[in-house]
Design a protein around this ligand. Structure first.
Ligand SMILES: Nc1ncnc2c1ncn2[C@@H]1O[C@H](COP(=O)(O)OP(=O)(O)OP(=O)(O)O)[C@@H](O)[C@H]1O
Ligand SMILES: [Mg+2]
Length: 256
């Protein structure tokens, strides 16, 4: 007779007493939380509660105290940025770059100067990356001519190359109309299902969080207020604790 081993679901990332100071001010004040492997975890909280700071600490952009432990099977005593895909809240590049999406991708995929032309390999890779996020028709569009939703997809394509273990999305659908927002979240859910990538996404849209997230982390003033499944967390009582206001959920009627 063989005994079945208990299934232990380990987190992909464990944060313990994570503290970040910016400009001499404490911003994260001892965050302790787990990010479940293979899940979509939504990070919610008021403006200024520290969501972007937490993501930037995860990619080692901000010095921190406490520990960030990656459980990836290889040495993550120092987080390797190539294992983490990141779509920032704001594009710090000038979106009016006089470049097409094809050039923009080639610049990040290739060390060869653009004035030598784009190699066949890089051209094929760029097309494949855009097909994956359903904007292959944007290859020849100037970056400044992309809609908000198309730009987010191009940035997502970059974040997915090379295949990350952790995908960090900072308000990826902010400013996109409801229909495109829904399509964007559907795409994230498909990528999560098909590749098993662990997703940590910041969102202010609690209905999208309810529909697409498996786990919710609530930040309030740089500390975790609560953590659990959307059904456990998105209750009027919790939401009034996190947001300081009464919030009632009116789920979107998808598919109609
Ligand atoms: N480089 C910095 N120097 C000093 N303070 C900073 C810096 N970056 C952010 N802060 C402050 O840290 C706090 C948290 O900012 P953060 O951007 O993490 O918030 P957030 O939760 O992402 O907010 P939002 O929902 O508006 O994006 C804010 O009070 C902000 O002013
Ligand atoms: Mg932010």
């Amino acid at each position: 007779m063989s005994l079945a081993l208990p299934v232990v679901v380990r987190p992909l990332v464990s944060l313990s007493d994570l503290r970040v100071e910016l400009g001499g001010k404490p911003i994260l004040r001892g965050v302790t939380a787990n990010i479940a492997r293979g899940s979509i975890t939504a990070l919610i909280g008021l403006n200024g509660s520290g969501k972007t700071t937490l993501l930037r600490a995860l990619v080692n952009e901000y010095p921190h105290k406490g520990t960030i432990k990656f459980h990836c099977g290889h040495d993550h005593s120092k987080p390797y940025p190539e294992a983490i895909g990141y779509v920032p809240q704001r594009l710090t590049l000038d979106a009016r770059l006089p470049l097409t999406v094809r050039d923009f991708l080639a610049l990040t995929l290739s060390r060869r100067p653009l004035f030598f032309g784009i190699s066949k390999k890089v051209a094929a890779k760029s097309r494949e990356m855009l097909e994956r996020v359903e904007v292959a028709n944007c290859l020849d569009v100037p970056v400044e001519g992309l809609s908000g939703g198309q730009l987010q997809r191009v940035l997502l394509a970059l974040a997915l190359e090379p295949q990350p273990e952790l995908l960090l999305l900072d308000e990826p659908a902010a400013g996109i109309d409801f229909k495109d927002q829904k399509k964007f979240y559907e795409l994230i859910a498909t990528i999560n299902r098909e590749t098993g990538v662990t997703v940590l996404l910041v969102s202010h849209d609690l209905n999208m969080v309810q529909t697409y997230a498996h786990e919710v982390l609530c930040l309030r003033s740089g500390a975790i207020q609560c953590q659990g499944s959307p059904n456990e967390i998105l209750t009027p009582i919790n939401m009034s604790l996190v947001f300081g206001a009464e919030i009632h959920m009116f789920p979107h009627r998808f598919g109609s």
